[in-house]
Design a protein around this ligand. Structure first.
Ligand SMILES: [Zn+2]
Length: 167
């Protein structure tokens, strides 16, 4: 997946906004973006009337860069793909690498799609309500985190209504 935005320099204030919309967790699992998206489903946020691509901000900050001309690419093994904020699942690459990766990820997709259950990373209101109900029935944070394939910390925040507090 490609995601280019060379327009705006990233500073600490910008990073802090991005940081408030995901939870850093186990590097081996996906960290879902909990903020808004553009019409194409790309995670983004707004500051001073400027929209920033969240994943680009996150990766550049992690690499200690303010800007880059390279593409933001997602590793094929990343389950959440364009919604993932885990910097271990992203890297910067050339347009050529981007094309190669796209072919690779399509191959990876077609190999893995069969029989694979739909990942539960993307939470819906229904799932959030179910998580709270199952917690009330005695399931632990860890069990829920494994069942829904989301970060442990995310489950805690859902239960404590730090997230999804509108339902
Ligand atoms: Zn991921």
């Amino acid at each position: 997946m490609t995601d280019v935005n060379r327009d705006h320099e990233i500073n600490f204030a910008i990073w802090q906004i991005a940081e408030s919309y995901f939870i850093e967790d186990d590097p081996n699992i996906c960290w879902p973006w909990l903020g808004g998206f553009d019409s194409r489903g790309t995670p983004r946020f707004k500051k001073n009337k400027i929209y920033y691509k969240a994943r680009r901000v996150i990766l550049l900050h992690h690499l200690g860069l303010k800007q880059s001309d390279l593409y933001l690419l997602t590793k094929p093994e990343c389950k959440l793909q364009t919604e993932c904020c885990n910097w271990n699942h992203m890297f910067l690459g050339t347009p050529k690498q981007s094309t190669a990766l796209l072919i690779d990820s399509r191959r990876h997709d077609s190999l893995n799609r069969k029989g694979e259950k739909h990942p539960m990373h993307i939470l819906t209101e229904e799932k959030v309500l179910t998580i709270r109900a199952e917690y009330a029935e005695g399931m632990s944070y860890t069990e829920l985190s494994h069942k829904y394939e989301v970060a442990y910390v995310l489950i805690i925040k859902i239960i404590n209504r730090e997230l999804w507090n509108h339902i």
